[in-house]
Design a protein around this ligand. Structure first.
Ligand SMILES: NC(=O)c1ccc[n+]([C@@H]2O[C@H](COP(=O)([O-])OP(=O)(O)OC[C@H]3O[C@@H](n4cnc5c(N)ncnc54)[C@H](O)[C@@H]3O)[C@@H](O)[C@H]2O)c1
Length: 261
């Protein structure tokens, strides 16, 4: 079943990839595309029904996927996520830390953010990231190879206001990426980051006004068109495969050329 020596540096065939938040929005597109490219996908999402339906649909299209109901802020759940991946597929090659609290957050002044909302954002977006890595890295370490891809946001570089907790947490994702990369380098595990610009996921579309969405690409993008989830897949594929084996601690901005990092 395993194909650790890939014929192409971009080969994902039989790689086991956990995608957190992999059932909805951009994560759903990641799960579908990775399965089409031959990966065994572990959909780890708090949206369990959507995860189950997506796994079923991938399998019915001759792909390979399982769904594991996971709240990434819960250490018992993230350990269970890793165990489920091992039980189903025997190894874990890669972890995509895509889950976050974003589209459900109102855009409002920083002084109007309730304390409980601030805490929950940090709990999911940062503690969740830490817990997922903590549950998965020991298994990568044992095999002396692994790929971790964290999802930040161009908000970090633009200082985008009105979701201050969310923007702050994504700055943490970037710092986490850099420091963890140094801690796990000796185990041949890469830790990199993608910073998407505003992307028309189904959830972003449902939670944003037309004028807010239009501003995202009318102002300052080299490619003046909306960004869609499929625009992120190439960068993800690069960071998940052998093609990026000597690259770690880095952040790839994918936003049509608005932020140049
Ligand atoms: N859409 C954008 O414009 C945009 C821009 C920059 C970065 N991002 C980032 O890209 C990623 C995906 O964005 P999206 O638009 O699909 O966002 P989204 O809000 O639609 O999706 C987030 C996903 O995380 C899951 N999730 C939420 N809390 C969870 C928890 N506690 N445990 C497990 N899963 C949980 C949700 O069910 C969902 O599948 C996020 O990290 C987001 O911050 C998105």
């Amino acid at each position: 079943m395993t194909a650790d020596h890939a014929s192409s540096p971009f080969d994902l065939q039989d790689r086991v990839v956990i995608v957190t938040g992999g059932a909805v929005g951009i994560g759903k597109i990641y799960s579908e595309r990775l399965a089409e490219l031959g990966a065994h996908v572990v959909i780890a999402d708090i949206a369990a029904d959507a995860g189950d339906a997506l796994a079923k649909s991938i399998v019915s299209n001759r792909g390979s996927a399982i769904s594991v109901a996971t709240d990434i802020a819960d250490p018992i759940a993230t350990d269970a996520m890793a165990e489920a991946a091992l039980k189903a597929f025997g190894k874990i090659d890669a972890l995509v830390n895509n889950a976050s609290l974003m589209s459900t957050l109102p855009r409002r002044s920083w002084l109007e953010i309730p304390l409980e909302e601030w805490d929950r954002v940090m709990q999911v977006n940062l503690r969740g990231l830490f817990l997922c890595c903590r549950s998965v890295v020991p298994h990568m370490k044992a095999r002396k190879k692994g790929k971790i891809v964290n999802i930040a946001s161009t908000r970090v570089f633009e200082g985008t206001p009105n979701r201050l907790h969310y923007t702050t947490s994504k700055g943490g994702v970037l710092a986490f990426t850099r420091a963890l990369a140094r801690e796990v380098g000796e185990d041949n595990i890469t830790v990199n980051c993608i910073a998407p610009g505003l992307t028309l996921s189904e959830t972003q579309l449902a939670s944003s006004s037309q004028s807010y969405l239009a501003n995202s690409y009318d102002q300052g993008r080299a490619f003046v068109r909306p960004q869609v989830p499929a625009d992120l897949v190439g960068a993800l594929l690069f960071l998940l495969t052998d093609a990026s084996d000597f690259m770690t601690g880095q952040t790839l901005v994918v936003d049509g050329g608005r932020v140049m990092h």
